[in-house]
Design a protein around this ligand. Structure first.
Ligand code: ATP
Ligand code: MG
Length: 245
């Protein structure tokens, strides 16, 4: 009863805001994805991610984990069904809005997409620069983050002179530096030792504590078990969500 009264007494813009907050940050409804004419890699995926949640994504090699992450970062469109991010159907996004939506999503990909003409520091600082922040106010954050991922002595190095584990850590630092609303990471600890993997997990947990919704594709069963986080598993095109192991 009071809810009806509230709505009657509230202006339309306030109702919109309320509706947006209630919406999950990621929603898939009946999503299928095929590459070209091949059979569907993903079939009838229906799930929601609440804002502020943290999940691992597992499943056999070739099951579709990277494909699912690509759908969430607007790199692929579903062959059928609905994908919505931040309460908006991605089919209805205008081309000119895409960069703004992408900027809210931090990604760590296999292909690291590091910029060779920038050194490690400037690669990490780039998302902040693009967001209009001034070097004086982000330099300390970038330096601290590079130290966290063990790259303090490689600040001036360019990506091609880094080992693959160092490139992976640099890509992670760049993905988290702007505290994105969503963080998507594809095997982010595949190229680092166990101790560094735990350190990176702590970084993601801290980011999540600050409000970021996190989804990490990983084969590292030990890391997943240690995290105590729920697991989304894809197999044979279908998805199953298990609570913490
Ligand atoms: N660009 C593409 N064109 C055609 N088929 C593709 C493409 N990318 C992936 N596939 C196919 O889609 C299926 C799922 O691939 P995907 O990379 O999503 O799996 P994955 O779960 O990430 O595997 P892995 O654990 O090995 O990384 C595979 O059969 C793969 O061969
Ligand atoms: Mg993959």
């Amino acid at each position: 009863m009071s809810r009806t009264a509230d709505i009657r007494n509230t202006d339309a813009s306030a109702i919109d805001t309320h509706a947006q907050q209630a919406e999950p940050i990621v929603r898939f409804a009946g999503v299928g994805l095929r590459y070209g004419r091949a059979p569907e890699v993903l079939s009838d995926l229906t799930f929601e991610l609440e804002a502020g949640s943290f999940h691992f994504l597992t499943g056999p090699s070739g099951a579709g984990k990277t494909t699912l992450l690509r759908l969430m970062q607007l790199d692929l469109k579903p062959s059928r069904g609905l994908v919505s991010l931040f309460g908006q159907n991605i089919e209805q996004l205008r081309r000119r809005d895409l960069p703004f939506v992408r900027r809210r999503i931090g990604v760590v990909l296999h292909d690291r997409r590091l910029l060779e003409h920038l050194d490690a520091f400037d690669n990490v600082a780039l998302p902040l620069r693009l967001a209009g922040r001034k070097p004086a106010d982000y330099a300390a954050d970038v330096t601290e983050l590079l130290a966290w991922v063990g790259l303090s002595n490689r600040v001036k190095a360019h990506p091609s002179s880094l080992s693959s584990g160092e490139q992976q850590r640099l890509a992670i630092a760049r993905a988290v530096v702007s505290r994105p609303d969503i963080l998507l990471a594809d095997e982010p600890t595949g190229d680092v030792d166990h101790e560094m993997a735990l350190r990176i997990l702590r970084l993601f947990v801290e980011l999540n504590r600050l409000g970021t919704t996190v989804l990490i594709a990983s084969h590292d069963e030990e890391l997943i078990a240690r995290s105590g986080k729920p697991v989304m598993r894809i197999e044979d095109g279908h998805l199953d969500i298990r609570e913490a192991p």
